[in-house]
Design a protein around this ligand. Structure first.
Ligand code: ADP
Ligand code: MG
Length: 671
């Protein structure tokens, strides 16, 4: 079976199950195979009760003690009991499981595995799994893949479907077989099988590396071919006059930095050049990329073409739409918005406006552009925060109706050596200067005992009329728990700071609800925004001056730097408090890099050297990857190997590989 066949071709997947998969954007058999577990559950040895900490996923060995109680309120019942070992006691709590009562009173030595939280000043393990010691020893030898499931899909059903897909699906490998053997790489089929049905930590790591290699290989192959293609294409949207760009420049309450001027000049020269622009604008958070995009869009609109701005989230789309409308409407340029939370009718209207050319600039989320928007004459595509975009989406839009100019904007600084491989097809403009009025964000690395002090500090800043972000601890046991985790955290914070108006944001909220909360925060209807990392990208609220990040050590430095960039966007002194949840010196040392490093690039370099390969056992470090399984920083060594492999292809091998790549992917070649 070809991997582009719909998953309904697999046994046991009917329309209803297919719908559940579609919500996860899994439509083909290939999508299913590449839907990797987001992590693996490992079963660690038990720990003494006196060492468990808030937020941890812990296993303890002991006995139940005292009398279990069942409290029923409404339709919910809570079963509670105490559990002890030689070092201490914790509370254990289950929801809606009164039947467990019998079991626990009879149990002898057992192991409990679950998340620890503070509940009414008592360390509590919530909804633990119960194991006999023998059973737990068995579990310790295994890995359990954890998928980001959705309603209507169970672990067992997924495992069955994946097994079936592995059995019937061809998995073509664009790499020549001889080369693969020479490099001693697994077959792709074995690697897919191992990742979904892991045998051991070691072999799973190897399989992940193999798939990362494949991903890099395809990517670099795509780049090589894309580069060859675009070099020969003429510029069909030459745009020269920049009167409107000049008007924007003149209307700004500040002067552009030297770097902004230089980058815009590079873009302007591309727009007027012989072939379409393929440029990456790389600039640290807060370096002022938006205004450059606006000037480029103005230039293209003035020349009589259309432009679009693609962003990763609804919140950002709305924010940019508001700003662009304010800027462009007085110049007679019409701006349209296209997001998923708009009504179907409004979306249709926006599409028609793009199609007929009655709007010159369209702002929207990439998901929507991907579903196909026809433009009357699209001359420029700007993609903001490009690291969030899948490569296919990018190229699909590029190919839409001719070859428009493409400007990718990214705040993810990546080390130069990696950039040269990943962006080989692009010209790069570097925005290496922050606007002069910025004060350095004061950054502190603290442990959890500092929390009360930190909260007092938040209260003080709020008293001064400023606003704060609090980024919630990450949860290992995910699957929807992160939503309940932020909610819980916000509740606690409300107790600590009863006067503060606290808003809540997490990934499980509907897009419209997210936008609403963000807008309310921007309008200062909240003093504090408690959020998961959904906040990370691009949000611009100048009045926010403090960001407190819980469990900071669990994030990559680059992500932390991005998060920190949410503050320090105005002229006021801003602060970043990194709360370290575990006391490891190594983690502390890593976090301290953020206090000293001068900019994002220095941080990225550090990230690369401090994160040795194989430091992380898990598939996705964070969501900000264009790759599904590979991480260019973590897997830098593999990226380099893949680069050598692609460069080493003979003309004949290269031609064959590209052909396979084209046949294998639904869309055009990716970059
Ligand atoms: P990013 O590069 O992170 O996307 P933005 O474009 O959102 O940054 O700019 C951050 C803030 O800096 C915005 O409020 C913007 O108005 C402001 N800004 C941009 N350029 C300058 C400048 N040259 N001088 C002062 N402020 C600027
Ligand atoms: Mg931005």
């Amino acid at each position: 079976m070809n991997r582009n066949e719909p998953i309904t071709k697999l046994k046991g997947i009917g329309p209803k199950t297919a719908e559940a998969y579609r919500r996860l954007r899994i439509e083909t058999v290939g999508d299913l195979l590449s839907w990797f577990p987001k992590r693996y559950d490992t079963f660690r040895p038990e720990q003494p009760i006196n060492t468990v900490r808030d937020g941890q996923l812990a296993t303890v060995l002991g006995t139940f003690t005292g009398t279990p109680t069942v409290n029923t309120s409404g339709r919910r019942s809570i079963l509670m009991c105490r559990f002890k070992d030689a070092t201490g006691t914790i509370m254990v709590k289950w929801f809606n499981a009164p039947y467990l009562r019998k079991q626990i009173s009879m149990a002898n030595y057992v192991l409990l595995r679950g998340k620890i939280t503070w509940d009414r000043r008592t360390l509590t393990m919530v909804q633990p799994e119960i194991y006999t010691p023998e059973r737990y020893r068995e579990m310790m030898k295994t890995l359990r893949p954890v998928y980001g499931l959705t309603a209507g899909l169970t672990k067992t059903a997924v495992a069955k479907a994946v097994a079936e897909a592995l059995a019937v699906c061809d998995i073509p490998d664009p790499m020549p077989a001889g080369m693969r053997r020479e490099l001693g790489l697994w077959s792709l089929k074995d690697a897919y099988e191992e990742v979904h049905f892991p045998k051991s930590e070691e072999t799973t790591k190897e399989a992940i590396n193999r798939l990362a290699f494949d991903e890099f290989f395809r990517f670099l192959l795509g780049i090589r071919s894309l580069k060859e293609q675009t070099e020969t294409i003429p510029n069909r949207y030459p745009a020269k006059t920049t009167m409107l760009a000049q008007r924007i420049r003149a209307s700004l309450p500040y002067a552009l930095t030297g770097a902004q001027e230089r980058c815009f000049a590079e873009i302007a020269s591309d727009l007027a050049g012989a072939s379409p622009m393929q440029r990456l604008l790389q600039g640290d958070v807060g370096s002022g990329k938006t205004v450059i995009a606006e000037m480029a869009l103005a230039t293209i609109a003035e020349a009589g073409y259309q432009g679009c701005l693609m962003v990763p989230t609804e919140v950002l789309a709305k924010q940019h739409f508001t700003e662009l409308t304010r800027r462009f409407e007085p110049m007679g340029i019409r701006v349209g918005l296209l997001t998923g939370s708009m009504s179907a009718a409004a979306r249709r209207e926006a599409r028609t406006a793009a199609e007929t050319g009655s709007v010159q600039i369209v702002v929207g989320t990439h998901a929507l552009f991907q579903q196909g928007v026809e433009f009357a004459n699209l001359g420029l595509v700007v993609v903001d925060e490009q690291h969030r975009f899948g490569v296919e989406q990018r190229s699909r839009l590029t190919q839409k109706g001719g070859t428009p100019h493409v400007l990718l904007m990214s705040a993810t600084p990546i080390p130069r050596t990696l950039a040269m491989m990943l962006y080989a097809d692009l010209d790069v403009s570097l925005l290496d200067e922050l606007p002069g009025d910025r004060l350095k964000i004061r950054t502190a690395v603290v442990d959890t005992t500092y929390r009360p002090k930190a909260y007092r500090f938040l209260r003080e800043r709020i008293g001064a009329g400023e606003q704060c972000y609090v980024i919630c601890p990450l949860i290992e046991e995910s699957d929807g728990l992160d939503a309940c985790n932020v909610t819980e955290y916000a509740e606690k914070l409300r107790e600590e700071l009863p006067d503060a108006r606290i808003g809540l944001l997490h990934g499980r909220m509907a897009a419209a609800a997210k936008t609403e909360v963000m807008e309310a925060f921007a309008a200062h209807e909240y003093d504090i925004l408690v959020s998961t990392t959904v906040i990370e990208v691009g949000i611009d609220v100048a009045n926010a001056t403090v960001i407190l990040i819980e469990d900071a050590e669990r994030f990559g430095l680059a992500t932390l730097h991005q998060l920190r960039g949410r503050v320090g966007r105005g002229a006021k002194q801003s602060y970043c408090i990194l709360v370290q949840g575990s006391d490891s010196d190594e983690a502390r040392e890593r976090l301290c890099v953020l206090q000293q490093a001068p900019d994002g690039f220095a941080i990225a370099e550090k990230d690369l050297t401090m994160r040795g390969p194989g430091d992380f056992f898990g598939i996705r470090q964070s969501g900000d990857n264009v790759f599904r399984i590979a991480d260019p920083i973590r897997d830098a060594r593999i990226l380099t190997l893949a680069k050598h492999a692609v460069d080493g292809l003979s003309a004949e091998q290269y031609r064959k590989a590209v052909k396979l790549l084209l046949a294998d992917s639904e869309g055009p070649v990716v970059y």
